[in-house]
Write a protein that binds this ligand. Structure first.
Ligand code: NI
Length: 160
């Protein structure tokens, strides 16, 4: 495994629509392993375009004990309710915003071997799914944020 460079806001690759994964091979597995290693010290999710690979793959681990979730070619097939919280992103370091998201989403995806599955995510896990899937369509949380947190709010957040 290796750490990959995370693209930062302003890089045009973060604004592209990623293409479907069609080959479930070594190259994909290395990418997924690298994405996990790159993300885990500092984040709860990462999408392939954030490491410059414009393919529809995300890795999520929100640290709730449910472990690592790899979603290849994911699609939200239903969503319910609404929640509102603060979000950040490895590609937008140091900034957080208030974003509205569904309370619950059901995602259809493939695993690293191409096998289809469905996953229902609630609360913060649902937020992470929505945030990471947006990356695959070139959307960042700052596009959807109701407003960004103020320096005072950021300071409070840092103390938590
Ligand atoms: Ni992000």
């Amino acid at each position: 495994m290796a750490l990959r460079n995370i693209l930062k806001e302003g890089d045009p690759r973060l604004r592209k629509t990623s293409r479907a994964v069609t080959e479930f091979n070594d190259r994909l597995w290395t990418l997924l392993d690298d994405m996990y290693e790159t993300m885990i010290s500092d984040g709860v999710g990462i999408a392939a375009p954030q490491v410059g690979v414009l393919r529809r793959a995300v890795v999520i681990d929100i640290g709730d004990g449910s472990g690592k979730h790899e979603l290849i070619n994911p699609k939200i097939i239903s969503s319910e309710g609404e929640q509102c919280g603060h979000e950040g992103c490895l590609s937008v370091p140091g900034e957080y915003g208030i974003v509205y998201r569904p309370q619950k989403v059901t995602v259809q995806a493939q695993d690293r071997f191409g096998k289809p599955f469905e996953l229902t995510a609630e609360d913060f896990f649902a937020v992470a799914c929505c945030h990471e899937l947006d990356h695959l369509d070139g959307v960042l949380f700052i596009d959807k944020a109701e407003r960004m947190l103020t320096p005072e709010e950021l300071e409070k957040l840092g103390e938590e």
